[in-house]
Design a protein. Structure first.
Length: 456
């Protein structure tokens, strides 16, 4: 994960003041827009599915314990973990920092702490009509992922409460890994309503990069991963996360290519434009040639999610992998044209999506095996030179996948993943200065990693 500033406790006071202003703003009629689709906001009767805010979960006997409750399936430390370690708790606060404030000026949206454009992803942004009495917007809090709580809050603390029944009462089903990934991606990739585009990136917003298991570990997880009955469960979670991420990025492309703003630079390979120049004789780009685009010198589509996920697809649904490759080859050429045929691109993206769907269904209905895990890992190492040439983002996505997979494999064999830490540190050093990323160095680091990571 990238280096980020550390937030002090003193700054939390600012958040509180900011939250007050935002909730005042939100109670104005103008803010009572419909909830964004795909955000998991139930449109059921408002009184049954209001949002209560994280304060209602924070009691020591509920989710605010300091130490995990002995013998309990639920850790009960979830709130403590979120408030003290999880960046989501500070998500509204960052809208007050100098980078955000400058972003607000560049984009002409005023104070980002009051701009819907930002709050959509940086707070528990729900319509005023759905807010309970002690509701607070600040932070990406519990209900941003677990759904509006008034429908299930009382029920879920009863002795024989079941997850299924809580879901019926409006809890979002984060146990379903497809739904879980889609939920993360509403903010970590975006939807038609929640958008991070190149205009925002140029104004200072970080580019959105995601990998389900790597990001869950970084949150960090406030739940325990139960692998006693299935040691390879994290491998399957990884696979589903990869394929759902690819599917969502295809949907995003189909949407963007049809919008008035195309080429949308955030969908292209960033470092096709943002790289330093060398003497012609030293240029790795010229040495590699300009495949995968309509003409030399055009920026190419960013395919970081595809290049890693195709190895996942190959392990789970082998016949689908060459079919996906064929569609993606055409899609990349079509999407690179400056005067794009948007119907053609959208149709190819839809075809690719249907193939990815088959992989998702397969991953959901079969168990991960040690062979699958090592075949994905071996495949990624074999692809390293090809992935390396497709740019920094592609390499970064592959590196995250390698770390997640080899960690999962080590754990399932009862080995200590910490032994591989040095290897990953070296791998991730390749991304510290992305504009001067060098595929030859990345390939070399991958070779080294391959020999350091035990693959059966
Ligand atoms: C589509 C959802 C989305 C929207 C809309 C959005 N953001 Fe973000 N923002 C994110 C995510 C996700 C991250 C974390 C990215 C990462 O680290 O991978 C982030 C990170 C940031 C960061 C870096 C935080 C840090 O700790 O360094 C800043 C600053 C920021 N956003 C400001 C804004 C501002 C200002 C706006 C409105 C103009 C905005 N964001 C709109 C999703 C969004
Ligand atoms: C960014 C999304 C996100 C946020 C914010 C979040 N959670 Fe979670 N939570 C998850 C995911 C994903 C899981 C794992 C899947 C599961 O078990 O439901 C989980 C699991 C849990 C579990 C374990 C459920 C079980 O049956 O094992 C509890 C309890 C929980 N969260 C409570 C909270 C509380 C309380 C908060 C707020 C302080 C919170 N969560 C905030 C995503 C989130
Ligand atoms: C409602 C929007 C939203 C949802 C849903 C969401 N996130 Fe986030 N996430 C954010 C924002 C905004 C930030 C940036 C916060 C900051 O930097 O202060 C962020 C930051 C993070 C970070 C820190 C990134 C870094 O660079 O250090 C991780 C890790 C993360 N999210 C994981 C997840 C996972 C895993 C899920 C799903 C289980 C998820 N998020 C769901 C909005 C969201
Ligand atoms: C088609 C070319 C192109 C692509 C692709 C592209 N950008 Fe840009 N980017 C530009 C141009 C042009 C500017 C504004 C001119 C300038 O750099 O001064 C810019 C500006 C920026 C800036 C602000 C410049 C600075 O020095 O701070 C950032 C950051 C940025 N882009 C990041 C990205 C990221 C991340 C991606 C991929 C998600 C990306 N760009 C994709 C052309 C591109």
């Amino acid at each position: 994960m990238r280096e980020r500033p550390f937030f002090t406790v003193a700054a939390a006071v600012v958040v509180f003041a900011a939250a007050l202003t935002t909730s005042l703003r939100a109670s104005a009629p103008a803010a009572t827009a419909l909830p964004p689709t795909g955000s998991g906001v139930s449109r059921a009767v408002a009184s049954e599915s209001n949002y209560v805010g994280p304060g209602s979960c924070s009691a020591v006997a509920c989710h605010g314990a300091i130490r995990p409750a002995p013998g309990s399936r639920i850790l009960q430390t979830e709130y403590s973990t979120w408030v003290s370690q999880d960046r989501h708790a500070r998500a509204t606060e960052v809208l007050a920092n100098p980078v955000s404030q400058r972003m607000g000026r560049i984009l002409g949206i005023g104070n980002p702490q009051q701009a819907q454009k930002c709050l959509l992803c940086h707070s528990l942004d729900v319509p005023a009509a759905l807010r309970g009495r002690n509701f607070a917007t600040e932070g990406v809090s519990c209900e941003a992922c677990h759904g509006p709580a008034t429908g299930w809050l009382g029920y879920h603390v009863t002795n024989d409460a079941s997850h299924e029944e809580s879901v019926k009462r409006g809890m979002y089903d984060t146990k379903d890994v497809v739904k879980r990934t889609d939920k993360c991606l509403t903010c970590h990739l975006g939807t038609s309503e929640k958008v991070v585009d190149h205009e925002m990136i140029a104004a200072g917003h970080p580019d959105l990069v995601f990998e389900l298991e790597a990001f869950s570990a970084a949150m960090p997880r406030h739940w325990s991963e139960k692998t006693d009955t299935d040691a390879y469960k994290p491998v399957r979670t990884f696979a589903v996360g990869q394929l759902v991420h690819l599917r969502a990025s295809l949907d995003s492309l189909a949407r963007r290519v049809k919008s008035p703003i195309w080429p949308e630079y955030a969908a292209l390979d960033c470092f096709a434009c943002h790289h330093g120049l060398t003497r012609a004789a030293d240029s790795w780009r010229q040495a590699q040639g300009y495949e995968h685009r309509a003409r030399p010198g055009l920026p190419q589509l960013q395919v970081s999610r595809y290049l890693t996920a195709r190895r996942v697809l190959q392990a789970w649904e082998p016949p689908a992998a060459p079919e996906l490759d064929a569609v993606m080859a055409k899609l990349q050429i079509e999407a690179s044209r400056l005067s794009v045929r948007s119907d053609e691109v959208a149709s190819l993206a839809t075809q690719a999506r249907a193939i990815v769907d088959r992989g998702i269904n397969r991953a959901l209905t079969s168990m991960a095996t040690p062979e699958m895990a090592s075949s994905m890992l071996r495949g990624l190492f074999a692809d390293a030179p090809a992935i390396a040439e497709r740019g920094e983002r592609a390499a970064e996505q592959a590196a995250m996948a390698i770390e997640v997979l080899s960690t999962a494999i080590a754990k399932s064999r009862g080995q200590d993943p910490a032994a591989m830490q040095g290897t990953f540190t070296e791998l991730f050093q390749q991304f510290e200065s992305p504009s001067s990323y060098d595929p030859r160095k990345f390939s070399a680091a991958m070779k080294k990693a391959e020999s350091a990571i035990p693959i059966r």
